[in-house]
Design a protein around this ligand. Structure first.
Ligand code: ADP
Ligand code: ASP
Ligand code: MG
Length: 402
């Protein structure tokens, strides 16, 4: 069988961990499997490279950032193959050019378009373990791109789909997907199975255990994913279309601290105001998330919204650059906010969930700054210092523990 195994940063953080990864892969190889390994950068290397870049230039171009960050994954695959050599297992490392992995041109946030499989298949036919760089791609200009933070999961799923792999295993530093981040909510429970849709919501709303695009791709191509620990033999969590267990009202709680709130105060209360504001932002490729429009007063209104934290300064610049067109009094940026979301397919037919979320924020004395809901989630924006308290309270009120 052909299996894609992806190992994240902590799983390849040092020499011992790299050998641990290689031994696990060698076991599968010796059982006769064709093994494709996808690796992330070692430990916190990506963060360290970002810090180095910002030290040289606080505002580096995205192209040069990608050129820099892709070195992290390249280091991992080369070192892993040296470990395989030492273990006497035939292996070869390949980067995004060698594979090749074609992406859109958007540096720092590219999407995979197509993966050539010939080279990988050729190496597998030679009975080699193929070790591929996660996170990186190549665009039409022949430049490196990256897939966004946490993007190695997406590389693994895309490879599994392109190679029609029999299994795609995501090895990480927790032993599966929990009802909430187990580092924040001690009572969080490991799930045996979860649907693509629920996992997609959790991942999109901040559960960093899987890159959300990897879940999107897995659903699209029907890739069955397993999330498990690289250090233990625990079973892990299967992510798939249908699950056997009864659908819970709420499946999990997630938090996202990488967000910022922007308020545009004193806009004119006329048709077209919201359009002009959000059109200017979308032209600049800035995604807006929660939106709140105030009741009008004295022919003016305020609009507040959230964006991904990394894009906050860009968004402010767009709004200031368009001041004459947008006609507003002032624009305010609030960092230090976080979204806490309660997710579950069961809430579609159950009206009380939102009220219960608000009740538990009230009981914990947490002020809600913004609210947004969909059929299967309730999200509140709060002070980021209250995230831990809010997540634990929400987890408790919905009885998610064992
Ligand atoms: P890797 O480097 O292996 O990709 P990540 O740090 O990206 O690892 O993802 C694993 C982390 O995701 C865990 O250490 C955990 O703190 C966090 N996490 C957030 N939400 C969840 C969840 N619902 N279940 C499990 N882990 C979660
Ligand atoms: N190394 C990249 C990051 O830290 C990609 C990944 O780990 O998935 O975001
Ligand atoms: Mg990750």
């Amino acid at each position: 069988m052909l299996v894609v195994k992806k190992f994240g940063g902590t799983s390849v953080a040092n020499k011992e961990r790299i050998y641990n990864v290689c031994r696990r892969c060698a076991e599968s190889y010796k059982n006769g499997d064709d093994v494709v390994v996808v690796l992330s950068a070692m430990g916190k290397l990506t963060d360290e490279l970002i810090a180095k870049a910002k030290d040289i230039n606080p505002n580096p171009s995205k192209r040069e950032m990608d050129m820099l960050l892709t070195t992290g994954e390249q280091t991992s695959v080369a070192l892993a193959c040296m470990a395989f050599e030492a273990l006497g297992i035939p292996a070869i490392s390949l980067n995004a050019f060698q594979v090749a992995m074609h992406t859109t041109s958007a540096y720092s946030n590219a999407r995979l378009k197509r993966i050539d499989t010939e080279r990988i298949m050729h190496e597998l036919d030679q009975r080699k373990i193929v070790v591929v760089t996660g996170f990186q791609g190549v665009n039409k200009y022949g430049d490196y791109t990256t897939l966004g933070r946490g993007g190695s999961d997406t590389t693994a799923v895309a490879l599994a789909a392109a190679l029609k792999a029999d299994a795609c295993e995501i090895y990480t530093d927790v032993d599966g997907v929990y009802t909430a981040d187990p580092r924040i909510v001690k009572k969080a429970r490991k799930m045996k199975e979860i649907t693509y849709d629920e996992m997609l919501d959790l991942a999109t709303l901040g559960a960093g255990v899987l890159h959300n695009r990897s879940v999107e791709l897995a659903k699209k191509y029907g890739v069955a994913l397993v999330v498990r620990s690289s250090l233990t033999n625990e079973e892990g969590t299967v992510v798939k279309e249908d699950v056997k267990v009864e659908r819970m009202l709420v499946s999990g709680v997630a938090a996202d601290k990488n967000c910022a709130k922007i308020s545009v105060v004193g806009l004119s209360d006329k048709p077209g105001t919201a359009f002009r504001l959000f059109d200017a932002l979308s032209q600049a490729n800035i995604n807006v998330d929660m939106i709140l429009q105030s009741v009008s007063h004295d022919n003016t209104q305020d609009i507040a919204f959230t964006v991904v934290g990394d894009y906050a300064d860009d968004a402010i610049k767009v709004i200031e650059d368009n001041k004459t067109r947008l006609k507003y009094e002032k624009v305010e940026l609030e960092k230090g906010v976080a979204k806490v979301s309660v997710v579950g397919a069961g809430m579609m037919s159950n009206p009380g969930v939102a009220a219960k979320v608000f009740e538990c924020m009230y009981n914990s004395n947490i002020n809600i700054k913004m609210i947004s809901t969909s059929e299967i989630r309730v999200t509140v924006l709060i002070d980021d210092k209250e995230v831990e308290k809010a997540m634990n309270a929400a987890h408790d009120i919905f009885g998610l523990e064992d």
